[in-house]
Every structure is written in C-alpha cells, then in structure tokens.
Design a protein around this ligand. Structure first.
Ligand code: 13P
Length: 253
C-alpha cells in the first residue's frame, strides 16, 4: 500500500469573522499560498461569504468549501443551503458530519450519510468527519465509535462513493482544546480507518485522503503530516491566523 496521495490542508473557519476580516485574511492567504505546492489547500468559509470568496480566490491555488450542506435537493427547508447553491459559488468541498453538527444540531449517522450522498451525487467533495469523545476514548471505545460512524456511510453511500470523498479524523477532545492527538495516536486511528475501508475496496482505501483535525498548529503540523496515513489537516482556530495557516500548509512534505 504505497499509493501516493496529494495532501490536502483545509481551513474550517467555523462561525468566525466579519466581512472586513475575511477580506484581509483571504488576501493574505492568497499572497502566501501561490505555488499550488505540495499540498492542495481549501478554505471552508461561512455561507454568507462564499460569493465574496469566490471572487477573491478566482485564479488562485486555493479551493473553496462550505461547512455544511443540506441532505435535500431543494424545496421547503427553511434555513438550509443546497449542494447546487454551493456549486453556484464554485465550492469544491463541503464538510459533512463535523462533530459540532453531530453534538449541537443532532446530526445522526443517518443524516450524515444522506448529506454525504447528496454531496457526492451533486459533484461536491464531502469532507466526512469522524471521531470519538474524551469519554469514549477513555473507555476504550475509539475504534468502535469511528467504525460505527464510517460503516453507516459505507452502507448508505457504497464504497465507490469514497473515491470522490475526503475523510477527516477529528477526536472531539482535541478540537479547540489545544490538546492535540500525538502523531502516533492519530496515525493509529488513521490506519484503522484505512483498513476498515480496505475490507470493501483496497484501491479506494489506498487512494482516500484522511486528514487529521484537532488543535493543529504550525508547531505540530510537521510531525502529524509526517505519519504514513495522515494526508493533511482540517484546521480550525489556527486557520484564522494567516501566517500560522500558511506555515501549516508549508509543513506538508
Ligand atoms: P481546532 O483546530 O480549532 O481544534 O478545530 C478543529 C476542527 O474542528 C476543524 O474542523
């Protein structure tokens, strides 16, 4: 299993920023990430800024993404945003099943699966997030939880859909806490994820990019990205600082 995968570093800005602030940050990132380099880079921005960002990133090496997408195609779903709307603004990616969506907005494995399928069939690349809570890790359930989250989507979407997807392992206890999984802890779960997918299709498992998310910063990115099954990162807090995020992108070897 020595397939080479191009790393991806994706920013998840979450519900942060103002129009003024994101203009400056986007300009800084555009200036600092101009070579298309070793890693593919994407920014998952808040919905209202997508139009602005589409123009600001036009012709740059940075792709645009959203943080969520409706499971429905269109219709009476007040407050929701469809895949077609995201494609109108040149979004390439949509985060699906982020732990904050699961924990705070009641997104079940079934909902996450439908969003994943909607993204793939619409031509968006879902960044599917999985990961265990602190209590689950401490009670030895990490693999069970990740397997459950993954198996639901494999069963509902089919393994072939993963050829058009990205995965992110985001241990909930490491998100926004400053407590990063060690490279070895993360690698262990990434390898588990790849093996789980390989039971269905080795080629798909081999080619799938599995990102790590959870307190990634410039100081730890190199060690994390150096692990065999870690193909980049999904970066929250540190992606709001232009210089820091650029350093993280450059940590890809
Ligand atoms: P932090 O990088 O702030 O820990 O957030 C990680 C995350 O949730 C990215 O989706």
């Amino acid at each position: 299993m020595t397939m080479s995968r191009r790393s991806l570093v994706a920013a998840n800005w979450k519900m942060n920023g103002t129009l003024h602030g994101i203009r400056k940050l986007t300009a800084d990132l555009r200036a600092g990430i101009n070579d298309g380099g070793r890693a593919e880079v994407a920014i998952c921005a808040p919905f209202p800024y997508l139009a602005e960002m589409q123009h600001a990133l036009n012709g740059s090496a940075i792709a645009l993404g959203a943080q969520n997408v409706s499971e429905h195609e269109s219709g009476a779903y007040t407050g929701e945003v469809s895949a077609a709307m995201l494609l109108d603004y040149n979004c390439a990616f949509a985060i699906v099943g982020h732990s904050e969506r699961r924990a705070l907005y009641g997104e079940t494995d079934a909902v996450v699966t439908r969003k994943f399928v909607r993204a793939v069939t619409s031509g968006l690349t879902p960044i599917l997030c999985v990961g265990e809570s602190l209590a689950e890790r401490e009670s030895g359930q990490t693999q069970d939880v990740v397997a459950r989250q993954l198996d639901a989507v494999i069963a509902g979407a089919g393994i072939g859909a993963f050829a058009k997807a990205v995965l992110a392992y985001e241990p909930v206890w490491a998100i926004g806490t400053g407590r990063t999984a060690s490279p070895e802890q993360a690698q262990e779960v990434h390898a588990f994820i790849r093996l789980r997918l390989a039971r269905h299709d080795e080629g798909v498992a081999d080619r799938l990019r599995v990102l790590y998310g959870g307190s990634v910063k410039a100081a730890n990115a190199g060690a994390l990205f150096g692990m065999a099954d870690i193909d980049g990162g999904l970066v929250g807090g540190a992606s709001l600082d232009g210089a820091e995020f650029i350093s993280i992108c450059r940590a890809v070897r």
